[in-house]
Write a protein that binds this ligand. Structure first.
Ligand code: NAD
Length: 298
């Protein structure tokens, strides 16, 4: 069983760390927020009062933090993970961050003898709790092989997508598809309404025809056709519009850096930005259908 430090015990990190504890690993968790530490401790984990206390002696450090600047600071900043981790430690960053920061941090870690993989996830809070996340993993083969048994505790599908940063690249490309396709499906249902076409009939056709996609068949943005979708619970998240906007901003930045044309990715970013600005940031991202109808944010 591995001695693990888990940094970032929020909506995702909390349940992921709990699954590692349940699998018998020796997990010490740390979060800036006392409530997150308390919640982890109440769930059977051991919480540390400082980052240093969590990291010293750990064989593996897992981070699950909001954005690139947090990861850069927590891992490579002053009094960060790399100040306390022994050479040979494995670092698994599960946060969704920009490719450039991920590669920079991996490089700094390697200089200290710490192997890092970027392992962002798909599957949301439900997947984190159930241990059914999908991991997209970038980094050296050896580090991936070491990390795999731990990722299998927290997830169901684990794909080694390439060298450092390739996990983040896969995540940003996937979520750009999702952001665009949710808008496409929403526009189609709004047009169907205007044309007097029954929503269920559109679903019955498109879910088995060339319009088929995950946003339609698993996460349908109108109530009815897919009973588990957030549309059936007034667009309670799920995956918030703010998170979708974060990922589309990452896609836009990556496209700019690489000189890639992403006209629909850019348009989707603008739609979610407007939706969030109208108050929809805490709403499920599929609530964009109401925004497109001119019904505002939340
Ligand atoms: P969250 O805000 O609930 O959790 C992040 C935690 O990090 C917070 O508890 C915060 O206190 C802690 N933190 C911030 N700075 C810290 C520091 N310096 N030291 C220690 N702890 C610190 O966010 P989340 O929903 O758990 O998301 C985490 C990551 O997972 C994000 O990158 C997000 O994009 C990604 N993600 C989230 C979802 C989702 O559905 N929530 C799905 C896929 C990916």
């Amino acid at each position: 069983m591995a001695k693990i430090a888990f940094i970032g015990l929020g909506n995702m990190g909390g349940p992921m760390a709990k699954n590692l504890v349940a699998a018998g690993h020796d997990v010490t968790g740390f979060d800036l927020f006392a409530d997150a530490r308390l919640h982890f401790a109440q769930g059977g984990g051991r919480a540390a009062e400082t980052l240093e206390a969590a990291v010293i002696g750990a064989e593996v450090v897992v981070t699950m933090l909001p954005a690139g600047r947090h990861v850069a600071d927590v891992v490579a900043g002053e009094a960060g993970v790399l100040s306390f981790a022994a050479p040979g430690t494995l670092l698994i960053d599960c946060s969704t961050i920009d490719v450039a920061t991920s590669r920079e941090v991996a490089e700094k870690a390697a200089q200290k003898g710490v192997a890092m993989i970027d392992a962002p996830v798909s599957g949301g809070v439900t997947g984190a709790a159930a241990g059914t996340l999908t991991f997209m993993v970038g980094g050296p083969d050896e580090a991936f092989t070491r990390a795999r048994p731990l990722l299998e505790v927290m997830g169901k599908t684990i794909v080694h997508t390439g060298a450092a940063g390739a996990g983040q690249a896969a995540k940003v490309c996937n979520n750009m598809i999702l952001g665009i396709s949710m808008i496409a499906v929403s526009e189609a249902f709004n047009l169907a309404d205007a044309l007097g076409l029954d929503r269920q009939k559109l679903f019955d056709v498109s879910s088995t025809a060339s319009g088929q996609c995950w946003a339609l068949t698993s996460y349908c943005p109108v109530p009815g056709p897919v009973p588990t979708s957030p549309a059936n619970r007034d667009y309670q998240p799920g995956f918030t519009a703010a998170m979708m906007l974060k990922d589309l901003n990452l896609a836009r930045d990556a496209a700019e850096t690489t000189g890639t044309a992403v006209p629909l990715g850019g348009a989707a970013q603008a739609v979610y930005e407007a939706f969030c600005a109208a108050g929809g940031d805490a709403t499920d991202f599929s609530g964009v259908i109401r925004h497109l109808r001119g019904e505002g944010g939340s």
